[in-house]
Ligand binder design. Structure first.
Ligand SMILES: [Zn+2]
Length: 219
């Protein structure tokens, strides 16, 4: 059934003279190339970490040497594992500073970095250096903070990446694709580790409505 569907899609695209790879520059050859940077970004509950874990597990199945790093401050679930919201997990090393990655990731094929938004700005140079050495670097992180501002080194990492994947949560108010992690508690610090009690994914419209509602309530 799947084969039939793929064949049908191919024929449809051929009929309209649109090449199959038009919307994706990353064909099989490109995916096999070493020394590249991939960024997976999005709001909370968008499946960023699940996608990171999926790519890393696939590399492990292929007998590639994989190392995973996360900022030492992200201690929500486990000190030494990258854990997604649905409890999928994979062993990782918590580190204080991004430059440690260069020392710890010698002789590996793939480096995974989770919660990259919490790292320092040096992470950009670190990722470029890893890619130059021939390492595949896969980075997951929040693109924006709770005020819809670009978060930490993420915008720069997206700029230097070979491939950027933006994943989306579902807006809890209207069911459209979410755009931002709206903070439910009153706290103005940029870094506030939290879960479902502290954050909700909202689309752009519902986010601005929520901000207006809060402003009205505070009058
Ligand atoms: Zn919405």
């Amino acid at each position: 059934m799947l084969l039939i569907t793929i064949f049908a899609t191919e024929r449809t695209l051929t009929q309209t003279n649109i090449p199959m790879n038009r919307f994706s520059e990353f064909n099989q050859m490109e995916m096999a190339r070493r020394g590249r940077i991939e960024v997976i970004c999005g709001s909370m509950f968008s499946g960023k970490t699940e996608e990171l874990i999926r790519r890393l597990k696939r590399a492990k199945f292929a007998k590639q040497k994989v190392e995973i790093f996360k900022p030492a401050l992200d201690t929500r679930y486990s000190d030494v594992e990258v854990v997604s919201h649905d409890s999928n997990h994979i062993g990782s090393t918590p580190i204080e500073s991004s430059t440690s990655i260069l020392l710890l990731a010698t002789d590996v094929d793939v480096v995974g970095i989770d919660e990259a938004q919490f790292f320092d700005a040096d992470l950009v140079d670190v990722c470029n250096e890893l890619a130059r050495r021939g390492t595949r670097v896969i980075i997951a992180g929040l693109d924006m903070d709770f005020k819809c501002q670009p978060f930490g080194p993420m915008p720069a990492l997206m700029s230097i990446a070979d491939e950027v994947t933006k994943v989306h949560a579902i807006c809890v108010r209207c069911g459209n694709l979410a755009y931002v992690s709206h903070r439910l508690v009153s706290n103005d610090k940029q870094v506030l580790l939290g879960e479902k009690a502290e954050y909700e994914p909202l689309c752009r419209e519902c986010y601005h409505a929520a901000i207006r509602e809060r402003e009205e309530a505070n009058k």
